[in-house]
Each structure stands twice: as structure tokens, then as C-alpha cells.
Design a protein around this ligand. Structure first.
Ligand SMILES: [Zn+2]
Length: 157
């Protein structure tokens, strides 16, 4: 998809932003989960715009999230890949796209997802952060071998 097409699509739905991040090509219906995985709760500082189920030639429908005055780090960008592997990230400075990056599925997730196993050492009072390997079958707990294969978003801390 070209820059112009993206711009036209978005222009109708969400105002352009001067500085910040536009997360485009999110799987239709996943925008709120993307926001959740970024730790944006509404009490944080970012101004947030969300467009859902925008018609897309490539994807059928897609969601778009815009964050004003916030640039996502590589780590934050890669988290998004867990729920929306085709997302693209545009860093905007002074109304221009300065940087465009894809998301890469990380091989290890630390401290972001809660292990569903109540007996897991990461769920005790021990000062141990949750840790998961990302495997094709799902997220594999480093400590107790539990695998999260679906509904990942309900385990995000
Ligand atoms: Zn575990």
C-alpha cells in the first residue's frame, strides 16, 4: 500500500497528528488489545485516537491507532506483533512520517504476560518476573512449561 492511499484512508477518520506514532494495519478488531499491550489505560498521558474496521485493500478491514506525542520503542513495537503481526508503525514528526517499521515477534517475553498456572513460581511472592518463550504453538512459560495458546490478551498484566 502506498503512502498516499494510507493517508487518504486515515484522513477521513482520524485527524493528522503533528508528533507521535501511527500504528497501521492492525488486524480488524484488535485495536483495543494493541492499546492494552502498550499499557495505555486512559489514565496515562497520551492522546489516543482509534479507528476500527477501516476498509483495507490488503486486509479486508483493519484498525488504526494514533498516539500523540509518544514514540514507541523497539520493545513496545515488538509486543504488538504478538497480537497483530502485520502491523506497521509510523513515527510522525512535524506531520511527516520520519520512520516506518514493521513489527517482529520477539523470542522472549518478560514481565508482560501473567502465567495462567496459579502454582507457577512467577505467581508467588518470590521476586520473579514472568518469562515466556514465543513458540509457534503459543507462549511457553520458562518456569512451569504452561503454554498459552489462545486468548493471550486476557493474560496481559
Ligand atoms: Zn508458569
Amino acid at each position: 500500500m502506498t503512502q498516499t492511499e494510507t493517508g487518504e484512508n486515515e484522513g477521513l477518520l482520524v485527524r493528522r497528528i503533528r508528533n507521535g506514532t501511527v500504528i497501521d494495519h492492525i488486524e480488524g478488531g484488535e485495536a483495543l488489545n494493541v492499546v492494552k499491550i502498550l499499557g495505555i489505560t486512559g489514565t496515562t498521558q497520551e492522546a489516543l485516537s482509534i479507528a476500527t474496521n477501516v476498509p483495507s485493500r490488503d486486509m479486508g478491514r483493519k484498525d488504526i491507532v494514533k498516539l500523540t506525542n509518544r514514540e514507541l520503542s523497539k520493545e513496545e513495537v515488538d509486543r504488538i506483533a504478538l497480537i497483530s503481526p502485520h502491523a506497521s508503525i509510523n513515527i510522525i514528526r512535524n506531520f511527516k512520517v520520519c520512520e516506518k517499521k514493521g513489527v517482529e515477534i520477539p523470542s522472549l517475553i518478560e514481565g508482560l504476560v501473567r502465567c495462567p498456572n496459579p502454582g507457577c513460581i512467577s505467581n508467588t511472592n518470590e521476586p520473579i518476573q514472568s518469562k515466556f518463550r514465543v513458540l509457534p504453538k503459543g507462549l511457553h512459560c520458562y518456569y512451569c512449561d504452561w503454554v498459552i495458546s489462545k486468548d493471550l490478551t486476557s493474560y496481559i498484566l
